[in-house]
Design a protein around this ligand. Sequence first.
Ligand code: C5P
Length: 297
Amino acid sequence: MSVTVRVPAKVNVQLAVGAARPDGFHDLANVFLAVDLHDEVTVTPADALRVTCAGPDAAEVPLDRTNLAARAAIALAERYGRTPDVHLHIAKDIPVAGGMAGGSADGAGALLACDTLWGTGASREELLDICAELGSDVPFSLVGGAALGTGRGEQLTPLEVGATFHWVFAMAGRGLSTPAVFREFDRLAEGRDVPEPVASRELLAALAKGDPDALADAVSNDLQPAALSLFPDLAHTLAAGRAAGALAALVSGSGPTTAFLTRDPESARQVARALTASGTCRTVRTATGAAPGATVL
Ligand code: C5P
C-alpha cells in the first residue's frame, strides 16, 4: 500500500523583512500565494528509510536525512513511537533552491503522506507544529491557498483571494541559498534602521478583490536587493519580463526564480514566450494561484 500527496509551490507577493533577531531568524510579514506547480511525494512501507527523487532537477536533491521529506517522516515517527521505515519518492517539478518552497513542499507532503499511511490520527494543529519545526515555510505548504505568515513566517492567517491570478516563472541556471540571501540582506542593512515588517493593506485588498493591476502595484520583496546583489544577472530576466508586458516582475522569495504577474492567460503565454526567447533564464513556466495545499491523491 502506498500514499501519494500533491503539494504546491509558492510565490511571495509581499515579503517584508525585519532586522535579524537574536536567534538569527528575521521577523517577517510574508504574504504567501500557492501556485499550481507541484511536487508529488509517495510513501511506501520499506525495511528502512530511503529517499528517491525524479525530475529535471533530481540530481540536486539530497537523498539523505537532511532532505526535509526524510526529516518530516522521522519527526512524525518519533512523536508516535514508531520507526520511519518508509520509501519516500519525490516526483519533483518545483525548482530546487529556487525560492518557491520546493523543499518545504516535500516536507509537508511527506508529513501528510506518512500520517495517512500510519493512521496516526494527528490533529491539524499537531501537523502544523511539526511543519514549523521543520522550517519557516513548511506550514504554508501544508495549508496552501493564500496566507499571511508572521513571526519567522510560520504563524499563518488565511487570506481571501477574489479571483485566479496568472503568473509566469523564470527558473535560473543555478540556485541561491536562503541563509546566504538573508546574510546579504543583513549586510546591506548594516548601519540602517530596519522597520518592523507589516503587511500592506493595499496588497491584501487587491488579493481579496482579485484585481491583478492593484496587486501588481502593491507587490514587494525586501529580499530582492540581496538576491540581485548575489545574482546580478537576474536584473536582465526581470527587465525582459517587464518589456514583454508583465504587470509586475519580482524575485520569488529568496530567489533566484523570478515571478511575473500578468492580466490573463493570453498575456501569460506572451510573457512566457518572450522570456524563453530572451535567453536570460533556464526554463519558463506558467502557473495560476491560489492553489490548494497538500492533498492526498
Ligand atoms: O526556516 P528555514 O529552515 O526554512 O530557514 C532557512 C534559513 O533562512 C534560516 O536558517 C535563516 O538563515 C533564514 N531565515 C531567516 N528568517 C526567517 C526565515 C528564514 O533568517 N524568517
